[in-house]
Write a protein that binds this ligand. Structure first.
Ligand code: 2BA
Length: 108
């Protein structure tokens, strides 16, 4: 068995979990926060047999959009910059996916 962690935009999370559910996959949504942007995102956990991993990844990819986010980047006066902020564009997602082995699964 494998455990899939998929970090997705919170706006896509409902569509991802609904599509997973329609195809018979159980999932759990967790509210998480990106370490870089410090913005909310959603981490979806899916436990599946190894042969179903690609199907789950395909569903997640299908429902996860990439987005451009503009963030202020502060300049540092010590390195020749002036005080203030330069807007910088960052592309976030579609989804960041990890697949890990599960040693044991109990559903009691
Ligand atoms: P954040 O950490 O908030 O990162 C949001 C986006 O900022 C990233 O999009 C990437 O485009 C950019 N970014 C992140 N770290 C950067 C850095 N050190 N320098 C420049 N740009 C940087 P994604 O790569 O699509 O990641 C979306 C979210 O997925 C991340 O939110 C984080 O929550 C998670 N994530 C991505 N890679 C990860 C990893 N290796 N381990 C754990 N979580 C990860």
């Amino acid at each position: 068995m494998k455990l899939i962690f998929a970090i997705v935009n919170s706006d896509d999370a409902a569509a991802v979990t609904q599509s997973l559910s329609k195809e018979g996959f159980s999932s759990t949504r967790m509210a998480t926060t990106g370490g870089f942007l410090k913005m909310g995102n959603t981490t979806i956990l899916v436990g599946v047999d190894e042969e179903k991993v690609q199907q789950v990844i395909d569903i997640i990819k299908e429902e996860s959009q990439s987005r451009k986010v503009v963030i202020p980047t502060s300049t540092d006066i010590r390195f020749g910059g002036s005080m203030g902020a330069i807007p910088t564009q960052v592309t976030v997602g579609g989804a960041t996916i990890f697949v890990v082995d599960v040693d044991r699964f109990e559903h009691v």
